[in-house]
Design a protein around this ligand. Structure first.
Ligand code: SF4
Length: 412
C-alpha cells in the first residue's frame, strides 16, 4: 500500500475495542438487526443487505417489514410468483436486485436445503451477491472475519488512516485496512459498528469527531483534513436521454401497461408504452408514429425527469382516453431496444394501424427485446394501479398524465 501500512496488532486491537465499546452503547436499532445476545438470522441479514444496496436505511425499513411479513422464510420467498416479488419491490429501485433476490432464494431453497452458506466466497456465487454483500452476510450472520466496506465504512477508514488517494481507485486499499481491523470475536458487531459510525458520527459533512471513539487516533482529524476525505475522482456528466410516453385510459379509468423484457433496465417491470430514447425529443409527428395505437393523443405540458445511475431521462407524456380498448396494438419496445415494430394482440384479432408500419430508429442498447409475447399488455384498473409492479419513473409518468388530464378538464 502506497505509504500506508496495515496497523500493528496492538493498534488494530485498540481500534476494534474502542469501536465495539462505542457500539455497545450507541448501536442503531434496525428492523433487521438482531438484539444483543441474539443470533442473527441469515435470511433476514441477506434480505436487508440486498435491499440496502444503493438505498438508504429509511427507504428500506418499510419494504423489509413488508417482505418479512409476507415471506418470513427463504423457502416462502422462493415459492412466490416472480410478479408478486417485483410488485412488492416496486418503488425501491434497481430492479435487477428483486429478480436476483428471487433467483437466489430459489437456489438456497432448492439446492442448499434452505441454508445459506457461511463463507463469503460461497455467498458470492448467489445471484445479486457481490463482494460487499457477501462480506456483510458472512460477518453479521456467521461471525466470519470479513469486512463490509460500504460508503460509510470507507469514509471512516479513509479518515482514520488519512488515505488521500481518491475513490474508486482507493477501494482495495480501504478494504485491506478495514479488514485488518476486524477482530476474531464479534466480527459481525464490528462490521455493523463501522456502518453506524459512518452513518451517525463520521458523516460526510461535519463529522462529529468529539463523539468518535477514534478521535484520539484519527490521522485525518490530526491533520485537519477529515472533511476532505475520502477524495473522489471527478464524476463524468450523465448523458441525457429523451423520449415520449403514452398513457391511455379507457372509460373506466383503467390504464394500458406493457411488461418490459425480463433482462435489462427495469426488467420484468410494467410501464406505459414508451417510444425509443435518444438525445432529443421526437417531433410530434415522430411521437405519434410511436404511439401504441391511433387515438386522439394529446401532448401534455411539461416533462417528467428521472435520474438513473448512468443517465438522466426526460419524457414527454402523451395522453388519450379511449371509448373502446383497441384490439391491436403496436407495442413500441422498451426504450433503447433494437426497434422493429411488432403488433401485439390484446383480446382478439384485427388490422394494425399506420404506426405499425413506421420504422423506428435503432438506439444505443440492443439488449432489450422488442418482442413481447401475447398477453404482456394489460389494462390495469385504478384500484390495482398502486399494487402494480411499476417502477418510480413509470409512476411519475402516469401521475403526470393524470395531473395533466385533470388540468385540461378543469380548463375546458
Ligand atoms: Fe471520522 Fe472524526 Fe472519528 Fe476521524 S475522529 S474517524 S474524522 S468522526
Amino acid at each position: 500500500m502506497h505509504g500506508i501500512h496495515p496497523p500493528r496488532q496492538s493498534r488494530r486491537t485498540s481500534h476494534a475495542q474502542r469501536l465495539l465499546a462505542w457500539y455497545d452503547i450507541h448501536r442503531r436499532e434496525l428492523p433487521w438487526r438482531a438484539k444483543p445476545g441474539e443470533a442473527a438470522d441469515p435470511y433476514r441479514v441477506w434480505l436487508s443487505e440486498i435491499m440496502l444496496q444503493q438505498t438508504t436505511v429509511q427507504a428500506v425499513a418499510g419494504y423489509y417489514r413488508k417482505f418479512i411479513a409476507r415471506w418470513p422464510t427463504v423457502g416462502a420467498l422462493a415459492k412466490a410468483p416472480p410478479d408478486d416479488v417485483l410488485a412488492a419491490w416496486a418503488g425501491l429501485g434497481y430492479y435487477a436486485r428483486a429478480r436476483n433476490l428471487h433467483q437466489a432464494a430459489k437456489v438456497v431453497s432448492k439446492e442448499m436445503g434452505g441454508r445459506f452458506p457461511s463463507a463469503a466466497e460461497e455467498l458470492r456465487k448467489l445471484p445479486g451477491v457481490g463482494a460487499y454483500t457477501a462480506g456483510a452476510i458472512a460477518a453479521i450472520a456467521f461471525g466470519a472475519r470479513e469486512a463490509a466496506m460500504d460508503a460509510n465504512a470507507e469514509r471512516a477508514i479513509a479518515r482514520l488512516f488519512a488515505v488521500v488517494e481518491p475513490l474508486p481507485g482507493a477501494k482495495a486499499k480501504l478494504l485491506a485496512l478495514g479488514k485488518s481491523l476486524v477482530p476474531h470475536k464479534r466480527a459481525g458487531d464490528f462490521v455493523q459498528a463501522l456502518m453506524d459510525l459512518g452513518a451517525g458520527v463520521c458523516t460526510a459533512r461535519r463529522p462529529a469527531c468529539e463523539k468518535c471513539p477514534w478521535a484520539d487516533e484519527c490521522e485525518a482529524r490530526r491533520r485537519g483534513i477529515a472533511e476532505a476525505l475520502p477524495a473522489k475522482a471527478p464524476k463524468r456528466a450523465r448523458p441525457l436521454r429523451r423520449g415520449a410516453a403514452f398513457v391511455a385510459r379507457d372509460r373506466s379509468g383503467a390504464v394500458l401497461l406493457v411488461k418490459r423484457p425480463e433482462k435489462g433496465l427495469l426488467g420484468g417491470m410494467l410501464q406505459p408504452p414508451l417510444g425509443p430514447w435518444s438525445g432529443k425529443f421526437p417531433s410530434d409527428k415522430e411521437a405519434l408514429a410511436q404511439a401504441p395505437f391511433r387515438a386522439a393523443w394529446k401532448k401534455l405540458p411539461g416533462v417528467v425527469h428521472h435520474t438513473f445511475t448512468h443517465f438522466e431521462l426526460e419524457i414527454e407524456v402523451w395522453a388519450a382516453e379511449v371509448a373502446k380498448r383497441p384490439l391491436n396494438l403496436l407495442h413500441p419496445p422498451p426504450e433503447g431496444g433494437s426497434i422493429t415494430p411488432k403488433r401485439l394482440r390484446v383480446g382478439g384479432s384485427g388490422r394494425g394501424n399506420r404506426a405499425a408500419r413506421t420504422p423506428h430508429r435503432k438506439t444505443r442498447s440492443a439488449s432489450f427485446s422488442a418482442s413481447p409475447s401475447r398477453g404482456e399488455a394489460r389494462w390495469i384498473s385504478m384500484a390495482k394501479l398502486k399494487d402494480a409492479a411499476l417502477p418510480t419513473v413509470m409512476r411519475k409518468i402516469i401521475a403526470h398524465a393524470f395531473d395533466g388530464q385533470a388540468k385540461s378538464a378543469r380548463m375546458r
